[in-house]
Design a protein around this ligand. Structure first.
Ligand SMILES: [Zn+2]
Length: 245
């Protein structure tokens, strides 16, 4: 027996299957990541194909059977198309990185409503906001890391509990996390933050407005978060989307 499911989702990936069908991975609000087959969509008469582009926010109906991995898509309607994402290379790159995080690091069938809403919001911002796309992405990256359980403690030294804001420099070790000046000498340190860089990290995490920043520092933070995740999740090797161009 299969049940009919109607839900909303963001299209993550579309791949060809045989001569006429496509396999679509969708991040849904109610059922997490779901894979469906869209039959006959490669026919010129099919209206479904264009609705199933990556990044599209859609409402879908599918037949769900617990015993199978790929469900049968019945219909799909557009809720929102983020047009600018495919027209601007920078926006495209960071939107692809958002999708890649969900595709590679979120388990299938795990409902995560806050993260879902965060993805829709960030795609909308990348689509229309004039703010630097790298900053929009970094704010999402911090939110994502917190949501999947790998939050980095920013307030206190992980060794002595001293306030990190009162430390001259801040130091990161993969094992302990962030530490103050005094504690850093006893540990293997992989990343060092001067005051300016640490303040930038705090601003991004607290969603404060950024008054000034260096492009290099943003790149440093993206690398830092990638390495932090890669240490905790061995399958993760960094974001391929960000290396495309
Ligand atoms: Zn300390």
């Amino acid at each position: 027996m299969s049940e009919i499911i109607k839900t909303q989702g963001v299209v993550l990936r579309k791949i060809n299957h045989g001569d006429t069908s496509k396999i679509i991975t969708i991040f849904t609000i109610d059922y997490g990541k779901v894979t469906v087959i869209a039959k006959g969509v490669k026919s010129p008469k099919s209206k479904m194909n264009a609705r199933l582009e990556t990044f599209n926010f859609v409402e879908l109906v599918y037949y769900n059977k617990q015993s199978r991995e790929v469900q049968l898509l019945s219909s799909v309607d557009i809720l929102k198309v983020f047009n600018s994402l495919t027209e601007d290379l920078t926006r495209y790159k960071y939107a692809s990185a958002v999708i890649e995080l969900i595709l590679t690091l979120l388990p299938d069938h795990e409902k995560h409503e806050r993260l879902f809403k965060g993805v829709v919001r960030i795609l909308d911002l990348l689509n229309k906001s004039d703010e630097n796309a790298k900053i929009i992405f970094l704010r999402f990256f911090v939110f994502f890391i917190n949501e999947i359980g790998y939050k980095i403690e920013l307030d206190f030294c992980q060794e002595c509990n001293k306030k990190l804001s009162e430390s001259g420099g801040v130091f990161y070790s993969y094992v302990e996390g962030l530490m103050c000046d005094d504690c850093s000498s006893d540990h293997l340190i992989s990343f060092e933050f001067n005051k300016e860089l640490f303040n930038l990290l705090i601003c991004l995490s607290n969603k404060n407005n950024l008054i000034s920043f260096k492009e290099n520092d943003l790149d440093f933070l993206i690398t830092f978060f990638e390495k932090h995740l890669a240490y905790h999740i061995s399958e993760f090797k960094g974001l391929k989307s960000l290396k495309l161009f």
